[in-house]
Design a protein around this ligand. Structure first.
Ligand SMILES: [Zn+2]
Length: 177
């Protein structure tokens, strides 16, 4: 089950693989921004804890939908206009990073995701108090090691493929001269 670190790694890999600008993942403000976006749908856990004392009360509902990813993607891609310290990522990148959270929850967990809310909604069941969530986020992070390593390997492979392509292109050009 992806936890905040796992979702952050998946978000970073999504940005890295889908978009050309590699320098993004070497700047800490961008890394932090991507990590926040990749975890944004789980703000419903915090809302559940604050309003009901149960992190599962609103979990996997509207914030785990394409509509949410679309709206938040739009807001996030324009947030730099309010404060220049906020990194500038285009709408598609923000949308895809938030969407990566839904995909990870859908493929890596057994509980349903409300992809097409308001047409469908699947709330999480059971109870998760402050202690459960705290333990999961701060002490359970090691469970995501496999996800983090996989994302790292994907990012390294992408760079290797680009290097090989550049090399092949350079050789072809020098052969033509
Ligand atoms: Zn989630």
């Amino acid at each position: 089950m992806p936890l905040p670190l796992g979702h952050a790694a998946i978000g970073l890999a999504t940005q890295d693989v889908c978009f050309r600008d590699h320098s993004v993942t070497t700047r800490w403000t961008y890394v932090l921004f991507i990590a926040i976006l990749a975890n944004l749908p789980d703000m419903d856990v915090l809302m559940g804890l604050l309003f009901q004392g149960n992190g599962n009360a609103y979990h996997r509902g509207p914030t785990h939908s394409v509509v949410f990813a679309f709206l938040m993607g739009f807001l996030a891609s324009n947030a730099w206009r309010l404060w220049t310290h906020i990194p500038k990522l285009n709408f598609l990148a923000c949308f895809m990073i938030i969407l990566s959270h839904l995909a990870a929850d859908f493929f890596l967990t057994s509980s349903a995701v409300s992809f097409f809310w308001p047409l469908e909604v699947h709330w999480a069941t059971g109870y998760k108090g402050w202690g459960d969530v705290f333990n999961l986020v701060f002490l359970g992070g090691f469970r995501d090691v496999g996800i983090i390593i996989t994302c790292g390997v994907i990012m390294i492979l992408k760079r290797a493929v680009i290097q090989i392509r550049h090399h092949a292109l350079g050789e072809r050009r020098s052969g033509q001269v």
